[in-house]
Design a protein around this ligand. Structure first.
Ligand code: 13P
Length: 250
């Protein structure tokens, strides 16, 4: 049985002071909860205070990006070593907003993923097709190449990766993939993983769904055989709705 993993991607929301308040609310809402992996991914400027607020909690801290180099002339970027020093355990990589607005490619996703793994971070690698790609019959090819190219050459470290399937047309739109639509792509991703790994690796990898997951649709999505959690945007910014999604995963 794969443990479910619910992660909140706060995107560019919440100052450091606001992050501490939200984390305190999430901690109380999840008091006594066990048996599920929970991660919050606030903006980089919040990570230090968020890490302090999460001390001694079962909730992990994640970043929204990580650079592939250890240090150097990369203005605006943050290295895995810098994140580890702040107690960060997970790093979202290749979110569709980064692919769409900041030129992220499967190749850069792969470089970031390799660096994250080398430093001991768990990468949450995002994949997913746009509406045009789905409507023109390219979903399978797009998602497969995002998985194969984004996760190339990881060797045994592939087993430490988390994947988030986020159909771009479902992000922030209120239009969720149906459980059957999501399950179909999750199964495709797991078959693709089986083709690039050996043993039980593909079967053990956690694959999250993301895109308008809310308290009222989480349970049926999470009940699908290949959906192992959620990467939550809007609903992660309100403690009660985030906690309700976590509880739907139990
Ligand atoms: P929403 O839950 O707001 O649709 O965002 C999903 C997402 O992009 C998480 O990374």
């Amino acid at each position: 049985m794969r443990t479910k993993i619910i992660a909140g991607n706060w995107k560019m929301n919440k100052t450091a002071a606001e992050a501490v308040v939200l984390i305190d609310e999430i901690k109380s809402a999840l008091d006594g909860v066990t048996g599920v992996d929970v991660v919050v991914c606030p903006p980089a400027t919040d990570l230090k205070d968020a890490g302090a607020a999460l001390k001694e909690s079962f909730i992990s801290l994640g970043s929204q990006n990580v650079h592939w180099a250890e240090s150097g002339a990369f203005t605006g970027e943050i290295s895995a070593t810098m994140l580890c020093e702040l107690g960060v355990g997970y790093a979202i990589i290749g979110h569709s907003e980064r692919r769409q607005y900041f030129g992220e490619s499967n190749e850069s996703v792969n470089k970031r993923t390799q660096a994250a793994l080398k430093a001991g971070l768990i990468p949450i690698v995002c994949v997913g097709e746009t509406l045009e790609e789905r409507d023109s019959g390219q979903m399978e090819q797009v998602v497969t190449s995002q998985v194969v190219e984004g996760l190339a050459d990881l060797g045994d470290d592939l087993s430490r990766v988390v994947i988030a399937y986020e159909p771009v047309w479902a992000i922030g739109t209120g239009r969720t993939a149906t459980p059957a639509q999501a399950q179909e792509v999750h199964a495709l991703i797991r078959r693709t993983l089986a083709g690039i790994s050996s043993g039980n690796v593909a079967n053990a990898i956690q694959i999250q769904y993301g895109g308008s997951m809310k308290p009222d649709n989480a349970a049926e999505l999470l009940a699908q055989p290949d959906i192992d959690g959620g990467l939550i945007g809007g609903a992660a910014l309100v403690a009660d709705s985030f906690a309700a999604i976590v509880k739907a995963a139990l």
